[in-house]
Design a protein around this ligand. Sequence first.
Ligand SMILES: Cc1ncc(COP(=O)(O)O)c(C=O)c1O
Length: 399
Amino acid sequence: MSSLSTELQSEVDVLKAAGTYKRLNFLESPQGARVRMEGRGEVIVLSSNNYLGLANEPRVVAAGIHALEQFGAGTASVRFICGTFTVHRDLERELASFVGTPASLSYVSAWNANEALTPTIAREGDFVVSDALNHASIIDSVRLAKAITKCTTAVYKHSDMDDLRDKLVGARGAARRIIWTDGVFSMEGSIAKLPEILQLAREYDAIVVMDDSHATGVLGKTGRGTAEHFGVLGDVDIITSTLGKALGGAAGGFIAGPESLCDVMTQRSRPQLFSNALPPTVAASSLEAVRYTVAHPELVTRLHDNTRYFRAAIVEAGFHPLAGETPIVPIIVGETATAIRISEMMLDRGVFVTGFGFPVVPQGQARVRCQVSAAHTRDDLDTVIAAFKEVGRAVKLLR
Ligand SMILES: Cc1ncc(COP(=O)(O)O)c(C=O)c1O
């Protein structure tokens, strides 16, 4: 053990020496546009997935407290043994209706849901093709499916429909073809070309699976996600998403699709069979978050307005973020150490925004990822822009 510990410590030391060590910041107040950070006082948060500001919405919090009183702390078991509460069923019905599918099934995280999906539905002889920039949980899910089922797999260039078509042509002989895409790509803020993907799926008889974690509550006029954004609600075969971002921000994820899919996932997916259900407090808060989003579409409108405002202001300030229309606004800065340094300088100015480097993004494409929320006021966003201008000049990104 002592040699393992020494080796691990030297790994950490290398990261620290390179300026790429991720330091954890501790919050003393609920997630929101502004939080109290230990040792820092109040800071503006520009790096949270709390897109609709529901993490501390009183009704969402109250629903969790009520569920704690009604159901206690948790299931104390795997779901099929004795771990399903009525709130799980209510949540799953509401989620399905929200994203436009007949049914849904909750998991303790979207990571869990994604990882469960491919190994459960793929079989030997199937072909799974995945966008190059898909989330790590999809990548691991496909790897696991390949190892377990001996399906074949491929990766298509990010959002490159010609490459996807080539891969599908090459897999004409496969028993089934499964296309995996993010709805919104988390590090780019770009939106999948869903109408084209659906068209290719029709042409080549493929199943489309979309992870809408950064789109649920975010895209579309009423926040139903990427399918609503493109006017194709109900056309995606399988949607996965998280409850840990716009929908309350606690934790949890789900798979949405036909009844038979949710049934099979209940019967066979290993995280359902061998791991506890979503805590009822979280299920109840998420359920209230969905209902609140449906009842308050103006929150989604405010998120869209804030996004447009911030994107225009950061460009006006002289930065060149990746173009797009989502609340994820990445500013590419090159080296990981630069991204981390900028995020520390921003924190010194009262803005919490995270720098991302390798291996989360490709080498040399480190970035500061800004995330806008409906909870931000214009004053918050103006303060952020002023801080970015100062830091941008200090690190010579701006003149
Ligand atoms: C696209 C995508 N999928 C899945 C996840 C995992 O979500 P969860 O935190 O619910 O496991 C994330 C979170 O970072 C994500 O960005």
